[in-house]
Structures are given as structure tokens and as C-alpha cells.
Write a protein that binds this ligand. Structure first.
Ligand SMILES: [Zn+2]
Length: 245
């Protein structure tokens, strides 16, 4: 299912199927989760979706956009390694157009990092304007786009908004379901104040970057909740690809 495990004679045939490109970040995720959360979640969800639709998974592009205080904790916490918007925009364009030039006909770009999203859409649309999407079908989304507020309330009991889910209950539960060895629940903390979405402020108010980089509640998260969320995301992504194909 891994694109990079193919030999060159196999590439042409493989690329008539869906190719899933996971995009992540290296970013602080509180005291209880590793820096690779966005990368791991994008890649593992991509693996499952590709397996279900008979597609392939491109190598994850782990480096992402700048972390902002009220959606990622921002520069207050060490760990984040980012590319500037102009470099990332260019990198996304090059990677996407290179896969399409190489024969990809159906491309799913699956994002795991909030701040990447606008740049991903911009990059794809720039490729479209330059004629570099050719005859390909391209779908791009962050994995949470297929999860509704009512789904989150059903699984977790409450929902603070996706910006505040950074290192929150959803990512904690998914990591517990996927790779609990990287999760330190004994160090998990909650943030009880609300963090506003879509407001930039300098200096950023203290509470906006959460409690130790956690923007909402996490300590109640379980692997069972993670399994429910993961199944829901994979089913909806598969359904999206089936209706698009
Ligand atoms: Zn994250």
C-alpha cells in the first residue's frame, strides 16, 4: 500500500488507483503527546483509507506550517519545526504536480495540521490555474472535515471546536487507539478556558495558548473513543472517494 515500496515498472498501474498524500507537522502537542501527532494521524488514516479503496499512500510530508497560539500553542512551546508559508506553498505545489506528472490520476491530499489547510488549497488551486492538474481528480481536506459537531458530542460528550482540539480529546484518543506507546496519560492536563478561533493578537493573551500547550480537555480521552472516531473518519473518507471516483 506504500507508494515508495513500488518498483518503477509497477508505478504506472498503481497510479490509476487513488494515491493518498498525508501532510503533517512537527509541533508540540502538550506534555502527554509526541511532536509527531499530526504526521502519525495523517499517515495512519491514509494507510487505512488506501487499503480500503485499493490505493497507495505517498510518503508523508512531515514538515508543516507555523504553529499559531490559539490553534497549536504557537512559539511559546519548544518543538515546532516549520516551513514559512511561501516555502511550504511552493513545496506542496512541487510535490502535487510531480505526482500528477508522474501519472497520478486520483489524488487525495489528507492533512493532519490545522495551519496547513489554507496553503494546501492555495497550492492545489495554483496548480489548477497553471494547467498542472491535467485530467486528474484531486480531493484535499483535513481529516476532521468529515467529522460533524454532533459526532464529537456523541463520542466525547462535548466539543470545544476544531481549533481547540489541538492536543485535545480527539488527538489524544486517536493516538491512544493508534500508538499508545507514544502517549503519556499520567502527564495529560486539561485547559478549562475557551480559546477563541480566528483572532490573531500580539502579544497573544496567556490563556490562548492553553495549559502547557493543551487547548481543551484531554484527561478523559480513551482508546475506545479513538477507535470510534477513527472508524468514523475512515468510513466517511472511503465514502467520499467512492462518490467521487
Ligand atoms: Zn495536532
Amino acid at each position: 500500500v506504500k507508494y515508495s515500496h513500488l518498483t518503477w515498472p509497477e508505478v504506472g498501474g498503481a497510479l490509476s488507483n487513488w494515491l493518498v498524500l498525508p501532510l503533517g507537522s512537527i509541533e508540540q502537542h502538550g506534555p502527554h503527546l509526541p511532536l509527531c501527532v499530526d504526521e502519525v494521524l495523517a499517515e495512519t488514516l491514509a494507510d487505512e483509507v488506501a487499503e480500503r479503496v485499493g490505493g497507495f499512500v505517498a510518503p508523508t510530508f512531515a514538515y508543516g506550517a507555523r504553529s499559531l497560539p490559539n490553534s497549536g500553542g504557537g512559539p511559546r512551546y519548544p518543538g515546532t519545526v516549520h516551513l514559512s508559508g511561501e516555502v511550504l506553498l511552493k513545496a506542496y505545489q512541487e510535490i502535487i504536480s510531480s505526482f500528477i506528472r508522474g501519472g497520478a490520476r486520483r489524488l487525495l491530499v489528507l492533512n493532519g495540521h490545522w495551519e496547513n489547510e489554507g496553503l494546501i488549497f492555495e497550492a492545489i488551486d495554483a496548480c489548477r490555474e497553471n494547467g498542472r492538474l491535467a485530467e486528474s481528480t484531486v480531493i484535499a481536506l483535513s481529516w476532521w472535515a468529515v467529522v460533524h459537531e454532533r459526532d464529537m458530542v456523541e463520542i466525547f460528550g462535548s466539543f470545544p471546536g476544531w481549533h481547540a482540539e489541538h492536543a485535545g480529546q480527539a488527538e489524544t484518543a486517536l493516538m491512544l487507539a493508534y500508538n499508545d506507546q507514544l502517549v503519556h496519560m499520567d502527564r495529560a492536563v486539561d485547559h478549562h478556558d475557551s480559546v477563541p478561533a480566528g483572532i490573531y493578537a500580539h502579544p497573544s493573551p496567556e490563556g490562548w495558548s492553553g495549559n502547557d500547550g493543551v487547548l481543551a480537555r484531554t484527561t478523559h480521552a480513551t482508546s475506545e473513543q479513538g477507535r470510534l472516531l477513527r472508524a468514523l473518519v475512515v468510513d466517511r473518507l472511503v465514502a467520499l472517494l467512492r462518490t467521487t471516483a
